[in-house]
Design a protein around this ligand. Structure first.
Ligand code: HXC
Length: 260
């Protein structure tokens, strides 16, 4: 498929999706959101893909937010639709049946910070900058940021970020738990690929069910979440991956998982 605003590349079982609107520091408009959604749907269905890296093209921005020029003259109805569109696509990413790693290479502001939070893992380059500066524009976060940030860091830190619009550098983002690792800019993609490859070598069903258990569990009380974990743990004993993984251990050989 030919895309206007994103790039999709493959390195064996790893797919890399780059938001590619350099003139606007990769800001998100409706077309970009739709392309991102379509690409994710394709990658979800592609049996050869076991992990996805999401990044921004160029060396300056991951995504500098939703497109401000586009938003300037939206009506209230259009603004709500735009918010819903982004929320839908970001939830689609969050619910992907394979892991998505955000390689945050520069500005991750507003909708860009929100996009990184919809990914499973965030790795930042030393040049990355995070923030929710919507209040400085007289608006508020609207692609899930009020909810995901409060769950990911803690409500007090989330409110401070969302109320002040302050920009956090990569080390500050690491300190508050927004990212799991900071690496030199030149090593960012290699580091993300290393992580993606380690995950890709694991049993794909185990990885998928783990993601499902965590994501579902975060939105319910712990007792109910334990039931989901136990149900998925039971189902996994019907898969070839379980037989293969355990047999390989006992036979002292490397497992060859098929993801089924
Ligand atoms: C549209 C953007 C943009 C954005 C940058 N550009 N961010 N265009 N939407 N979010 C454009 C600039 O207008 C400029 O275009 C070009 O990209 C380069 O940006 P500069 O500002 O010249 O670069 P620099 O001085 O280095 O500053 C970088 C920056 C700054 C600090 C990232 O661009 C900035 O503050 N951007 C806005 C960040 C932001 O407020 N994001 C939140 C948006 S609201 P020209 O044509 O002049 O070269 C949001 C809401 C989400 O995300 C929820 C929606 C429902």
């Amino acid at each position: 498929m030919a895309w206007n605003n994103i790039l999709v590349e493959f390195d064996n079982e790893i797919a890399m999706v780059s938001i590619n609107r350099p003139k606007a520091l990769n800001a998100l408009d409706n077309e970009t959101l739709t392309e991102l959604s379509d690409a994710m749907a394709e990658l979800a269905a592609n049996q050869g893909v076991r992990a996805i890296i999401l990044t921004g093209a160029g060396d300056k921005a991951f995504v500098a937010g939703a497109d401000i020029a586009y938003m300037l003259s939206l009506t209230p109805v259009q603004a709500k639709e735009f918010s819903r569109h982004g929320q839908y696509v970001f939830s689609q990413i969050e619910d992907m049946p394979k892991p998505v790693i955000a390689a945050v290479n520069g500005f991750a502001l507003g909708g860009g910070c929100e996009l990184s939070m919809a990914c499973d893992i965030r790795i930042a380059s030393e040049k990355a900058k995070f923030g929710q500066p919507e209040v400085s524009l007289g608006i508020m976060a609207g692609f899930g940021g009020t909810q995901r940030l409060a769950r990911l860091v803690n409500p007090g830190i989330a409110k401070e970020m969302l109320f002040t619009g302050d920009i956090y550098d990569a080390q500050a983002a690491l300190r508050i738990g927004l990212v799991s690792k900071v690496v030199p800019a030149g090593e960012l993609l290699d580091e993300c690929k290393k992580i993606a490859k380690r995950i890709a070598a694991m049993g794909p069903v185990g990885v998928r069910f783990t993601k499902e258990a965590i994501n579902q569990g975060l939105n319910m009380d712990q007792e109910k979440a334990f039931n989901i974990e136990a149900d998925l743990f039971g189902v996994i004993f019907s898969t070839a991956d379980q037989t293969e993984g355990m047999s390989a251990f006992l036979e002292k050989r490397k497992a060859g998982f098929k993801g089924e």
